[in-house]
Ligand binder design. Sequence first.
Ligand code: LMR
Length: 398
Amino acid sequence: MFAALQTYPPDSILRLIAEFRADPRADKVDLGVGVYKDELGRTPIMAAVKAAERRILDAEDSKAYIGPAGVPEFNTAIQRLVFGAEHQVLTDRRTATVLTPGGCGALRVGAELLKRAAPDTTIWVSDPTWANHIPLLGNAGLRIREYPYYDRQSSSLRFDAMLTTLAQAGAGDVVLLHGCCHNPCGADLDAEQWRAVAELAEQRGFLPFVDLAYQGLGDGLDADAAGLRLLAERVPELLVASSCSKNFGLYRERVGGLSVIAGDEAAASAAISHVNNIVRGMYSMPPSHGGAIVAEILGDDALQREWRMELDGMRERINGLRRLVNEKLRERNVARDFSFIERERGMFSFLGLSEAQVARLIADYGLYMVNSSRINVAGINQTNVDYVADALAAVLAD
Ligand code: LMR
């Protein structure tokens, strides 16, 4: 059976992790995978997470099954975090949420639900989008089309082209949107643009699917969800995949949520019965540990305050680094304007380099980034920023 299989090339982002680890150079810098790093280059466990975990371990008295929807307290708490406690989709009880193995699990289960509801569904994804969106959605059997989003030459949004293309989408189509901190480009829609997308969704009847993987790392927990909250006020149906990997630092615990917003309570409940059935047939039920940690934090005022402060610190650090790296590049009189890095949000920005320039940065300087020249800004710190700026200036000067 397996003799016919050819070796499958590793995922480009995951391959970078292995290549970086294997590089013996002391001054190597990892701007590859999207993982938050502190000033010392570590990805620490947040103090609120550690405290919640201790409480859970002390109180836990069973490892019995939890069911396909996961931890109920997580599901309620994450809905409030995503939509805000008073949002109409919650008070109207049109929203149902399940705990999933990470944001990836939420994307995949959401895609399976779409496939089951309407087997011919086309999902429109931004050009560019996170590379793993394609297998997560495509392997569920959805047809994938692209809409223009970001112009690498001018380092800015192609919003008019996006709207023109999405005007072709109609009922039965789904449009994947990045809630905030776009991966890979860091350029987000502003409030006016979210309004225009909501209007188009209403007119054309397409269903928005929002990937919210970085809530709290752009401009704040509420500000980062403002676009999707506005959408939820306007459209009858919506899917949201949220992730607790980055904002709770729970990467390896695999914690995310899929929220289904339907026309009314009965439709939401019917949709979630299918979600439960899909989950049962894929992995039966999600692991509970990470979801229990998030529920513990969000259900306790003091822990929640501590977590919010830590998250604020992470966000401010990233936004500070965005200003710093632009300033360092300006000081070196590089021929290109990198001020867009300051305006973008979240972990990522494209530097606009060629694959050959990226290969040179890795080979000559041990400066690792995705070959599209996407950098993880959080990998920069006060110690390596001059080295990073020098390497970029050298490669740009050739
Ligand atoms: C990234 O884009 O680097 C992260 O979302 C990690 C991943 O799984 O690709």
